[in-house]
Design a protein around this ligand. Structure first.
Ligand code: HAS
Length: 536
């Protein structure tokens, strides 16, 4: 619950910053009291993309592990150590941003330079998450020792895959921050290899998005079937898709740098191919979800080509919120494939299209699934119940989110195609005709963003109600079972050593030459840029 409290406080603060941004970008509002746009944008990105997600995920995963393989007192104490390390790190980073010393956005691209405390705080967040990872691995190891020869519980397997991926990818950003960025921000080294720091960031930054996505997939594969009164379609398919995510999430970071000079296009091409491989486990997930819905509906006696859709619990927010998330992932995922296609990327890169893409993927697919989980997890943990009236309020919240996001994200996609930039304050670019075309879309973003902010207030109210005021009682922790006649899951799916070895081999293949190249043929180092002054 402690992790989840921090996550929802982050939602409120980050959401308010988002509201300010869309208002400013509409061109009809200026920030009061000399507050800087890029400061607000940094709070928004860091607090939502890094803090809300990581805290919710680690809290949720501890709950899943505790429920499926158990947690000892010692592991629980280490869980607290993880929590406090992350919370102290968050406080340090947040203070630095609020003092105006770190307006470098959530990607902290060099040569923009923040105060060292910004990077030190973020390092603590990562270190705290590593502690959680080792606790999770230990929890599964203890269970396996007690159950020799048995397959591990599906959710525990999934959590450990996610944390293994997280550990391997965050080493990249840790190396970059500890040995490169912090010494540079302390003035110990005069300049920085910008290309190397970005390449190491994206080595981490792309798997980061799957670190957000996989806990949502855990809920889709193993929790939603129970909520709709069905069974897990295929335990083996679910595990295989997670193993594929482990393989292909990491060696693909160059697709964020397709327009970056100084990286050989052969390696960009190879990483684009690997990116299209990482689409496959998502398509497997889509297939699996359709299968679960259809099989459950047919078992309940609903026939016809689409008649089985009628059986779905359309009034149960624990289902509806994640379902809207699934729907959003259809255009969100298609947009990702467009981004990954080298030629089309040159049209959309650095435009607000990309912002539209990630508001569909992380801010709708992932976040609405997390809300769907919160509706049962919070009362389960606090010994309360999800009442009919809170459920109905949750339905309103979900629809408001869907409406707000549809308006805002569609407008972002269109404005991006018309050349509207991302990561930038409002400007009419000297009254150019092109910038004039964006006006309506910027207004639509302000309308959509305002609806989203109302939805955020409603969600925080619901969370407070579920945590402190809902009637006492017992709320179910819904975990689905496998189909009775399911084929046994092959034991080779648990060959951890092999999976880690393949993952490392793929990373070495995709990254060794580009990184050596970036080091050996380093561009001239850059002195720091201190935003918003614009130079060092
Ligand atoms: Fe992305 C940029 C490519 C997925 C997040 N992405 C970003 C950024 C973020 C982000 C935050 O290749 C910006 C980073 C920055 O600040 O610069 N992305 C992809 C690809 C995928 C993808 C190929 N992204 C995600 C997910 C994210 C996320 C997931 C967060 C959670 N992305 C890119 C690229 C860029 C990028 C480039 C760089 C752009 C640039 O130039 O800067 C794929 O993983 C997508 C595969 C997904 C699918 C969809 C499957 C559909 C499912 C739903 C089924 C629905 C059901 C319900 C069952 C193929 C599973 C239906 C039921 C009915 C009854 C109808």
């Amino acid at each position: 619950m402690s992790f989840i409290y921090v996550a929802f406080i982050a939602l409120l603060i980050g959401g308010l910053m988002g509201l300010l941004q869309v208002l400013v970008r509409s061109g009809h509002f200026t920030l009061p009291a000399g507050i800087d746009y890029y400061q607000v944008l940094t709070v928004h990105g860091v607090i939502l993309a890094l803090v809300l997600t990581t805290f919710f995920i680690i809290g949720f995963q501890f709950a899943l592990m505790g429920k499926t393989v158990g947690i000892s007192d010692r592991q629980r104490r280490l869980g607290w150590l993880s929590f406090w390390t992350m919370t102290i790190g968050t406080a340090i980073t947040a203070t630095t941003i609020l003092l105006g010393k770190a307006s470098v956005l959530y990607t902290f691209y060099a040569p923009l330079q923040a105060h060292p405390a910004f990077y030190i705080g973020l390092t603590l967040v990562i270190v705290g998450s590593w502690i959680a990872a080792f606790v999770n691995f230990h929890q599964l190891a203890v269970w396996k020792k007690k159950h020799p020869g048995e397959k591990s519980p599906l959710l525990a397997f999934m959590v450990c895959i996610n944390m293994a991926m997280w550990l391997i990818c965050s080493i990249g950003v840790a190396v970059s921050v500890l040995f490169h960025i912090i010494p540079w921000s302390l003035g110990w080294i005069p300049s920085i290899n910008v290309l190397l720091s970005r390449t190491l960031f994206w080595y981490f930054g792309h798997p980061l998005v799957y670190f957000w996505l996989l806990p949502a997939y855990m809920a889709w594969y193993a929790i939603i079937p129970k909520i709709i009164g069905g069974k897990i379609f295929s335990d083996a398919l679910a595990r295989l898709s997670f193993v594929l995510f482990l393989f292909f999430s990491i060696p693909v970071g160059l697709h964020h740098q397709l327009t970056e000079p100084g990286l050989d296009s052969t390696w960009k091409f190879i990483q684009v191919v690997l990116t299209l491989m990482v689409v496959i486990p998502s398509l497997m997930t889509a297939f699996s979800m359709f299968a679960t819905f259809e099989i459950t509906g047919r078992k309940k006696g609903y026939g016809g080509l689409f008649g089985w859709l009628k059986h779905l619990p359309w009034k149960d927010v624990r289902f509806v919120a994640p379902f809207v998330g699934m729907l959003a992932f259809i255009p969100g995922g298609a947009g990702g494939i467009i981004n990954a296609s080298h030629q089309m990327n040159s049209l959309v890169h650095n435009t607000i299209w990309v912002t539209g893409h990630f508001h569909l993927t992380v801010a709708t697919t992932v976040v609405l699934t997390f809300f769907g989980v919160a509706y049962w997890l919070i009362p389960h943990l606090t010994g309360r119940t999800l009442t009919k009236s809170i459920n109905n309020l949750g339905l309103v919240q979900t629809y408001l989110w869907a409406i707000g996001m549809t308006i805002m994200s569609a407008a972002m996609h269109i404005q991006g195609l018309l050349g509207g930039p991302r990561r930038s304050n409002f400007s009419d670019y000297g009254g150019t005709e092109q910038a004039a075309e964006w006006g309506w879309y910027q207004l639509a973003q302000a309308i959509g963003g305002s609806i989203l902010f109302i939805a955020i207030i409603l969600m925080v109210y619901i969370v407070a109600k579920l945590a402190f005021f809902a009637p006492k009682g017992e709320e179910e922790f819904p975990i689905a079972e496998e189909e009775e006649n399911a084929e046994p899951t092959p034991m080779w799916l648990e060959n951890w050593k092999l999976w880690i070895a393949i993952t490392i081999a793929l990373i070495l293949f995709a990254y060794t030459v580009p990184i050596m190249d970036v080091i050996q043929n380093a561009p001239p180092g850059s002195p720091p840029f201190d935003w918003p002054i614009g130079n060092s």
